[in-house]
Design a protein around this ligand. Structure first.
Ligand code: CDP
Ligand code: MG
Length: 752
């Protein structure tokens, strides 16, 4: 059952991670041997995962049917990126063949839906066609992408195609990184960026054309933009709105913009793809994918390989295992194994598009970024384990969790299609045909229907959408989601009892951060420790600071320990940054201390940007010196909904939900020799156990003071009864709003 194996995750990765965790835990254990707690620290020995019996390499796949077949085999072009000039490449794209027709439709209509296979040239060409048609004269040509990686890499590609420097005529903007200038005419950006631009300029006047790319992806921000842009096009006859989609949701998009907007379909050009399904369910998709990749590589057929994996860990593990397997063989032909995922440094990301040295075969191991947003030419083999990572609201823990889920049938078919872009290909699905039919959803549930909406609520409220339930969503979010998010905002003090934005809420919306972190920043100014909290929040906005290279783990760990502040991972972050600052932001110092210098530089940039926002809001930047208890209290003020109480040794339970949660062996608190009674944490990550990520010890009294709606208090001005009444009133107001919405939805249904 795919859902079950998704929950289990990849066995190979889990095995590796557990081994590492265990080793680290044991190390700590020995350090603590003197203390009585040492052997009770929750270091449980687990038997090794049973390794699945070897499957027969040759025949676990059966061919099921030919996938798509629009083209003759002899049109296959191998290695085509190298044989053609950029101009020839542009003219070879399917979109070029119908350029005039398409541009006529665009000229004659305000809103146009464009549908085309992935790789037909929508993302890279449309903006350039608009520019060549004169749209750049009256404003910017904007193009939104749901993914940061896509925004960056596509902008770079278009800059290359136009022979300009990236950041000049063609630029991109993603959160905390604006690579545009006065000269920029074509601007690629994440949908989140355009959404935030709506805050400053409700009708997006600086744009003459907006391409909402990858609309089929139905990302949360794209869905909200849909609702907003629908209003904008009604007000601005001079704005061109182009919605592009790789799949066939076109009718839905067209309906949304009011029936009479045309759909233009770019005629596809695809080669047949032979499709193979696993005969029996696969135990470990990393193992299976590695085996399949090696089999293909040794099989003698030309063509690059694309392997889908749900996330960074699986990707790294797959890459390592492929290299290891090939290393064991004598005289295996060389293979360029290339990972791609969003947190990968961009110079490494670019490698997937380059020709490998000596023309060797490439095996690209990718997240579902390669499903529709990035197209690599030359892929003739696809290996699809059938999983992806998705952010889904988890009612058990009361918040979003990033977990692995089976992909939808639509996604699976998209993935298969990647093998047939430049020649006839093959796709290996690491699941059975029956699983495909019975266990995969037809299409992916839009993000807006499965995640926390706190940010969206905050944004829409500040755009003056008072009644969120009257907002025109393409697919309305479930009431529960909306209510939960509003409740969360209310507990943070961003909304008042009538659901109106408070002054706190108005400040929060100015930060491109999750509401919790914005709140922490604002409170820190009142508490007089904003200089410190600014650093902590910036550190939390950047991935992986600590560097733990293979073979030197112990050295790296002992360096890390020197930074650790025993009662707080947040303060440990602060400590790292302060020391880096003391060492004049030195790169060498970072290397000596096993810290990622690039990540820290990013922290510095993010910090500068957040500082600017604070100054605009007249929030004073004050340092509180070495008095870090106040900093902890401030951290507590934002995270009180993520509070946990010590239950057993090493084990905590969430104060509100009673869900067990554990200290991670990498946490600074893990080795401190005693367990604080109360902690707050940044988030829960679910791997082998529910681990609290980034933990700080807090005082029980702070929780009562700062989270009165959750925790009983003695010294509050309101009596508990009054508080209770107040929360009941809030819920009632919200529910009334929800009921209104439901009526509205029904009314609309009747209308159409
Ligand atoms: O958006 P769509 O999927 O329709 O196609 P596209 O992303 O515009 O890709 C068109 C072509 O540009 C493909 O042949 C890609 O290989 C190429 N491309 C590239 O070489 N480097 C990039 N960073 C992006 C696209
Ligand atoms: Mg595209």
């Amino acid at each position: 059952d795919m859902a079950v194996s998704a929950a289990r995750g990849s066995v190979a990765v889990r095995r590796r991670r557990e081994m590492e965790d265990r080793k680290r835990a044991q190390d700590k254990h020995w350090e603590l041997a003197g203390s009585k707690l040492g052997n009770l620290m929750g270091v449980k020995e687990k038997p090794d995962e049973t390794v699945n019996p070897e499957e027969d390499d040759s025949g676990n796949y059966k061919e099921s049917h030919q996938f798509a077949s629009h083209m003759k085999d002899n049109e296959a072009v191998s290695d085509f990126a190298m044989e053609k000039t950029i101009k020839q490449q542009r003219e070879y794209l399917p979109v070029f063949a119908c350029r005039q027709k398409m541009m006529n439709v665009i000229r004659e209509n305000n809103v146009v839906i464009i549908v085309g296979e992935t790789g037909s040239g929508k993302t890279t060409q449309l903006a350039q066609y608009l520019l060549e048609d004169g749209f750049g004269e009256s404003g910017l040509i904007g193009c939104t992408q749901p993914r940061r990686v896509a925004a960056m890499s596509v902008a770079r590609r278009v800059a290359d195609e136009m022979g300009v420097e990236l950041g000049q005529d063609v630029g991109y903007a993603i959160r905390f990184e604006d690579c545009t200038s006065e000269k920029t005419i074509i601007k690629y950006m994440t949908d989140g960026i355009l959404l935030r631009e709506c805050l400053g300029d409700g009708t997006l006047d600086q744009y003459s054309a907006i391409i909402m790319d990858e609309a089929h992806e139905r990302s949360l921000n794209t869905d909200v933009l849909f609702g907003l842009l629908r209003e904008v096009v009604a007000k601005r006859a001079d704005l061109k709105l182009i919605v592009t989609s790789a799949t066939m949701d076109a009718d839905k998009f067209a309906d949304f913009f009011g029936g009479n907007c045309p759909t233009f379909t770019i005629p596809g050009r695809t080669f047949p793809v032979e499709l193979f399904h696993a005969r029996t369910p696969v135990e470990d998709y990393v193992d299976a994918a590695v085996k399949q990749a090696v089999t293909i590589h040794l099989g003698g057929m030309d063509g690059d390989i694309l392997i889908f994996m749900p996330g960074q860990e699986d990707i790294e593990c797959t890459c390592e295992m492929i290299k290891e397997k090939l290393g064991e063989l004598d005289e295996a032909p060389p293979l360029a194994v290339l990972p791609i995922y969003s947190q990968l440094p961009s110079d490494l990301q670019a490698k997937i598009f380059q020709r490998a040295p000596g023309g060797m075969r490439k095996a690209i191991v990718a997240t579902n970024i390669a499903e529709t947003s990035l197209t690599v030419d030359g892929i003739l083999f696809v290996i699809d384990p059938g999983f992806c990572k998705m952010k889904v609201y988890n009612p058990r823990i009361g918040m979003d969790a990033l977990s692995i889920f089976p992909v939808s049938q639509a996604s699976a078919n998209q993935r298969t299609g990647r093998a047939g872009r430049t020649g006839p290909g093959q796709c290996y699905r690491l699941y059975t045909e029956r699983q495909f039919k019975d266990e995969l959803l037809r299409s992916t549930v839009p993000e807006i229907q499965r995640t926390n909406l706190a940010n969206v609520v905050l944004l829409l409220k500040s755009l003056g959408v008072d009644d969120l339930l009257k907002f025109h969503f393409m697919d309305a979010p479930p009431q529960d989601n909306m209510l939960n998010s509003m409740y969360q905002l209310w507990t943070l003090g961003a909304l008042d009892n009538t659901g109106q934005l408070t002054s706190m809420g108005r400040k929060m919306v100015e930060f491109p951060l999750d509401p919790t972190l914005s709140k922490m920043l604002i409170v820190s100014a009142e508490m007089g420790c904003s200089d410190e909290v600014l650093t902590i929040v910036s550190m939390l906005s950047v991935p992986a600071i600590f560097f733990r290279p293979k073979g030197r783990e112990e050295e790296a760990d002992s360096k890390k320990e020197k930074f650790q502040v025993p009662e707080s991972d947040h303060l440990t972050f602060l400590n790292v940054y302060l020391q880096w600052r003391k060492h004049k932001y030195s790169a060498k110092w970072c290397a000596d201390n096993y810290l990622h210098v690039k990540a820290l530089k990013k922290v510095r940039e993010v910090r500068a940007q957040l500082k600017e926002i604070m100054q605009d809001l007249k929030l004073p930047i004050i340092s509180n010196g070495s008095e870090w208890d106040i900093v902890r209290k401030c951290i507590c003020s934002a995270y009180f909904h993520n509070a946990a109480r010590l239950k057993g040794i090493g084990e905590y339970v969430n104060v509100r939900t009673g869900i067990p949660c554990f200290l991670h062996p990498t946490s600074a608190l893990f080795g401190m020799g005693f367990m604080p009674d109360y902690v707050v944490y940044h988030e829960l990550i679910m791997t082998a156990k529910e681990y609290m990520q980034c933990v700080t010890a807090v005082d029980a009294i702070w929780l009562a003071e700062l989270g009165p709606m959750f925790y009983s208090i003695k010294e509050s001005k309101q009596s508990r009864r009054e508080q209770k009444m107040e929360s009941v009133r809030t819920v009632e107001t919200m529910e009334a709003e929800m009921r209104e919405a439901q009526k509205e939805i029904e009314r609309r249904k009747e209308e159409s």
